[in-house]
Design a protein around this ligand. Structure first.
Ligand code: C2O
Ligand code: CU
Length: 476
């Protein structure tokens, strides 16, 4: 069946379980490296995913075949992707942003800021060597609410972090689809009401494009699950029912394993787990507890004889390769994320009315700001000055302050923050490229500004990003 849900209102208890101990082994060394070549053509491909209840939906995707596409390489390999834009219409430009990858600035996929947008009929070649192992994803950075909402996303995995083999290694990409089940059409991916509040939620939940997805795992064995929240909007409270589970990486980067009770997974965040799979025929569940009743996202089924009789004690992954910030000499900066001057009242979602209001220059949909400034426009065509200029090689401690009543997952391009502390929650020290700020929460992060260029710094609730909560820092 299909789950039809309003936005979650349950109180999310964030949790960190008991630390399981062992320090992280040394980072992996990159291999000599081969080249992984992929051709992507962004195009409309009418597709019937299991969750679409038989409807062929006008999805926009990067490739033929199974959705979502997967790019998988080993540390040291070069990823070489030729993107062609065959999206419908004459103005639908696109790009690929490699979320969480600390790559050279001109490969980062932000139109106008670091590359020209890829216009219909045009091509662009991306080529870079990801410097970190882990679970990542990639997505369009153009007209993102709609393009991402229609499916322009894929999985990116860089191998080399394991210290012992897992019985299985499965990736689960989680997102919602806003669809009108009577007509088999997409609903709006962005609305004034949603943009000014917590976002426009889809009504169909999915895991790898399916509802109530079944994942078969070797029975009674330690299996790796890589979770990706690719949704435009939804924060989930992830838990595993009826199996032991431990967190081994956050946003791709290893943490000392700790038992999972539940974890708030924000848009664009990843969470790597090890679970002890059920006995043969047994079923465990991946669920979202932020909604009431709890939503099952995937069934984890024990298949085939196998089995470990040993107690559950997952080994850590190899440590990340991210430079350690020097807190003593770090410069301190504060970024405040707040509501803007926009008002939802005079605007409708009617395109004609929007155009009229737009031509009267009423910036009625600047709902969100960073340090009191809203990004000028929904896209990147007008580039404002940077929020800050950071000195290359210098350590920074950032105070990220949510001055609103709405959650904001704050994403930095080209770097990974070390998340130090929150004024509201007990969170383990970990690395993250996307940091969830709860209402009125302040989180301290530190990092070395070691990647030169212009790096977007924005909320990953896409409607917030596209209505003001977007900026960039320049590292020079
Ligand atoms: Cu995944 Cu600028 O974002
Ligand atoms: Cu936001």
């Amino acid at each position: 069946g299909t789950a039809c849900l309003a936005s979650g209102a349950a109180v999310a208890g964030v949790a960190r379980g008991t630390a399981m101990g062992s320090p992280l082994p040394a980072p992996a060394d990159p291999s000599a490296g081969s080249v992984v070549r992929l051709d992507f053509t962004a195009a409309e491909r009418p597709t019937a995913l299991p969750c679409f209840a038989g409807h062929r939906m006008p999805m926009w995707t990067f490739s033929d075949g199974a959705w979502p596409p997967v790019a998988r390489l080993s540390l040291g390999d070069r990823l070489d992707v030729l993107l062609e834009n065959s999206l419908p219409g004459e103005t639908e430009h696109t790009s690929i942003h490699w979320h969480g990858i600390r790559l050279p600035n001109d490969q980062d996929g932000v139109p106008y800021l670091v590359q020209p947008p890829v216009e219909p009929g045009q091509r662009f070649r991306y080529s870079f060597v990801p410097p970190d192992t882990g679970t990542f994803f990639f997505h369009t950075h153009c007209n993102t609410a709609e393009q991402l909402g229609r499916g322009l996303v894929g999985i990116l995995i860089v191998d080399g972090d394991t210290t012992e083999p897992y019985a299985a290694d499965e990736t689960v990409l989680l997102c919602d689809w806003p669809i009108d089940l009577d007509n088999g059409t997409f609903r709006s991916f962005s609305t004034t009401r949603g943009a000014s509040k917590a976002g426009t939620y889809g009504n169909l939940r999915s895991a790898n494009g399916g509802t109530d997805t079944e994942i078969r795992l070797p029975a009674s064995a330690d299996c790796r699950l890589r979770l990706i929240d690719s949704d435009r909007t939804r924060v989930m409270e992830i838990a595993i029912e009826d199996a032991d589970a431990a967190v081994i990486a956050i946003d791709g980067i290893a943490v000392p394993p700790f038992a999972l009770t539940s974890w708030l997974l924000a848009p664009a965040s990843r969470l790597d787990l090890v679970i002890r799979s059920p006995r043969e025929g047994g079923v465990a569940r991946l669920v979202d507890r932020r909604v009431d009743p709890v939503v099952p996202l995937a069934r984890l089924v024990g298949a085939g004889p196998a089995g470990s009789a040993q107690a559950f004690d997952p080994r850590p992954l190899r440590a990340g390769r991210i430079a350690e910030p020097d807190l003593a000499s770090a410069e301190r900066l504060t970024f405040s994320f707040a509501a803007g001057k926009g008002t939802a009242l005079p605007v409708t979602d009617d395109p004609v009315e929007r155009m009229l209001l737009g031509s009267l220059c009423l910036s009625t949909d600047a709902f969100w700001t960073i340090n009191g400034v809203e990004w000028p426009g929904r896209d990147h065509a007008v580039i404002p000055p940077p929020l800050a200029v950071l000195r290359l090689g210098r350590s920074y401690v950032l105070t990220l302050e949510n001055a609103s009543q709405i959650m904001h997952p704050i994403h930095i391009h080209g770097h990974s923050f070390k998340v130090l502390s929150s004024n509201k929650r007990d969170i383990p020290v970990h690395h993250a490229d996307t940091v969830l700020l709860m209402p009125e929460e302040t989180v301290e992060v530190a990092f070395v500004a070691d990647n030169p260029g212009k790096w977007m710094f924005h909320c990953h609730v896409i409607e917030h990003q596209e209505t003001g909560m977007m900026g960039y820092v320049e590292v020079a």
